[in-house]
Design a protein around this ligand. Structure first.
Ligand SMILES: C[S@@+](CC[C@H](N)C(=O)[O-])C[C@H]1O[C@@H](n2cnc3c(N)ncnc32)[C@H](O)[C@@H]1O
Length: 307
């Protein structure tokens, strides 16, 4: 198998095994309503039924045509389409399995005309639907090796004055956590009541796992090959209008795989969440740990935009 089919195979298997958004709220800290309610909301505002940066996107942009990169099964575009954010969405992903799930959801929701799904590789993106007023990506650009090529393609497909807005992991390449990140996360984890520490796979979360680069590539060949370069490459190609560091450098390490145990109606769980988020905030403010999750948005530096 070559590298490209390795990458496609990985994501096809992921989406073949679990396609639903519910899993995200059980496994990933950034998919958890508690994360947004205890902390993230302050940065992005709130909107009924919306998580993450969606309220901010709704407030900040009025696009007609939107392109979403690395859309997975399309939840972001479908949610934005339901809220009347734009007339037309094109949602692209490497995995044809994900794209098929997305198409089925769009059809079931009567949104098949509003959201068109395409397969495509962000390392070599070709589009025949341009121009777009807004290009968005959520936790997808950090899977890309050829960041410069991607940014150039985005510049070309944006309408004049159009924006590129990403919500991304920008932490250590290949998830090579710093010693301080793991020390803080493990100290918090050790103090957390045992009942919150059982993972979705049934194992007890004793410590934050660390993997070598080789182990990471074996687990997911697309995981953050150049995440540390995202912000500088973005700045080379786009004037930054918004930069929002919304946290997670410690919290994601503590809560990933166990976050589903912490429920909003459990006051102790909410307290724990707030405690971890305070440490997360303090550690980033004092630069003890790297910024890992960032919204970056801007307009093209290229004068040939839209040409
Ligand atoms: C972490 S998931 C995020 C999915 C979705 N954006 C979300 O927020 O739920 C990463 C997504 O990027 C896609 N992806 C990874 N590498 C890609 C590439 N080179 N080109 C296009 N999509 C890619 C994966 O198939 C997957 O759907």
């Amino acid at each position: 198998m070559d590298e490209t089919s390795d990458r496609i195979g990985f994501w096809d298997r992921e989406f073949g095994e679990h396609s639903d958004a519910e899993r995200a709220s059980e496994v990933y800290t950034l998919g958890s309503p508690l994360f947004w309610k205890t902390y993230g909301d302050r940065r992005f505002g709130s909107e009924p039924g919306a998580l993450g940066w969606i309220p901010w996107l709704l407030r900040t942009y009025r696009p007609r045509r939107v392109l979403e990169l690395g859309c997975g099964t399309g939840d972001l575009s479908l949610d934005l389409a339901r809220r009347g954010f734009a007339d037309r969405f094109v949602a692209v992903d490497l995995s044809s399995v994900a794209v098929e799930h997305g198409r089925a959801k769009a059809a079931a929701d009567g949104l098949a005309d509003a959201v068109a799904f395409r397969t495509g590789d962000l390392n070599d993106l070709t589009l025949d639907d341009e121009p777009f007023d807004l290009v968005i990506a959520q936790m997808a650009v950090h899977h890309v090796d050829r960041l410069e090529v991607l940014c150039e393609r985005i510049q070309r497909c944006l309408s004049p004055g159009g924006s590129f807005a990403i919500n991304e992991y920008v932490g250590p390449n290949r998830w090579q956590l710093t010693r301080m990140q793991t020390a803080l996360a493990n100290a918090l984890l050790a103090r957390m009541p045992k009942r919150y520490r059982f993972q979705t796979d049934g194992h007890f979360r004793l410590k934050v796992p660390r993997f070598t680069v080789e182990e990471m590539i074996a687990r997911d060949p697309t995981e953050s090959p150049r995440s540390e370069d995202i912000e500088p490459v973005f700045r080379d190609h786009f004037h930054v209008d918004h930069r929002i560091d919304y946290g997670g450098s410690i919290a994601t390490l503590v809560f990933d795989s166990i976050v589903g145990n912490l429920r909003e109606d459990d006051p102790k769980a909410v307290l724990w969440f707030k405690r971890v988020m305070r440490v997360d905030h303090w550690a980033r403010l004092t630069r003890l740990v790297p910024v890992t999750n960032l919204v970056l948005a801007g307009r093209s530096r290229s004068i040939t935009t839209g040409a």
